[in-house]
Design a protein around this ligand. Structure first.
Ligand code: ADP
Ligand code: YYY
Ligand code: MG
Length: 191
């Protein structure tokens, strides 16, 4: 059984930043669904490149069969890890249902780390992220925020109902956010 922590929050809330620090310090392996999709988009011979780029630009969500397979392959490649940080997934109902179908019975879902941050702060961070992403522009960001509000937040609410959500306010400086995140992991892992 793989230990899994889902990391969710609006675009720019700091998911990637916090996951890379947890990976360095706590031995979890960071798997960003967005990074895996971008790598697949660039892979020579991929049949999904154009489809992925269309979704990324439009801020819509790639069909789960593609994303979940990329995640499972990456998990298999690091099967000795303490656990996995699944960053930016599940982002809608299709993601959640497809994950259950493909991964149900193979994973121990520990909790959902919800990085909460006001949307205007998040958008400003993305516009200054400096990674040259094709979706860090005002037009794509509007759509990504809409997708987050309409599709992703309801998934967080579903997890909240079953007591799985650990919310950390990520509007604060990274060190403060990270200190609180470490406490969440410590509590979860002492059980
Ligand atoms: N707590 C924070 N305070 C200020 N800037 C942050 C914070 N966390 C992340 N950032 C910056 O905001 C941008 C988006 O962060 P990132 O980790 O890529 O977010 P996400 O993966 O949720 O989109 C990056 O440029 C990052 O350096
Ligand atoms: N589960 C996912 C995650 C990301 N995507 C696509 C659509 C998203 O807008 C982009 C970028 O996602 P990514 O997690 O890298 O973006 P942020 O880190 O939240 O800014 O990738 C997806 O289709 N399905
Ligand atoms: Mg990210």
């Amino acid at each position: 059984m793989y230990n899994v922590v889902f990391v969710l929050g609006p675009p720019g809330s700091g998911k990637g930043t916090i996951c890379s620090k947890i990976q360095q310090n706590l031995g979890y392996v960071h798997l960003s669904a967005g990074d895996l999709l971008r790598a697949e988009r660039e892979r020579a011979g991929s049949q999904f490149g154009a489809l992925i780029e269309n979704h990324i630009k439009n801020g819509s969500i790639v069909p789960v069969e593609i994303t979940c397979s990329l995640l499972e392959n990456a998990m298999i490649a690091s099967k000795d890890a303490n656990g996995f940080l699944i960053d930016g997934f599940p982002r809608n109902e299709d993601n959640l249902e497809g994950w259950k179908k493909q991964m149900g019975g193979k994973v121990n879902e520990q909790f959902v780390l919800f990085l909460s941050c006001p949307v205007d702060v998040c958008i400003d961070r993305c516009l200054h992220r400096g990674q040259g992403r094709t979706d860090d522009n005002v037009e794509s960001l509007k759509k990504r925020v809409e997708t987050y509000n309409q599709q992703t937040f309801p998934i967080i609410e579903l997890f909240e109902k079953v007591g799985m959500v650990r919310e950390v306010n990520s509007e604060r400086p990274v060190t403060e956010v990270y200190d609180d995140v470490v406490k969440v992991f410590a509590t979860a892992n002492q059980k």
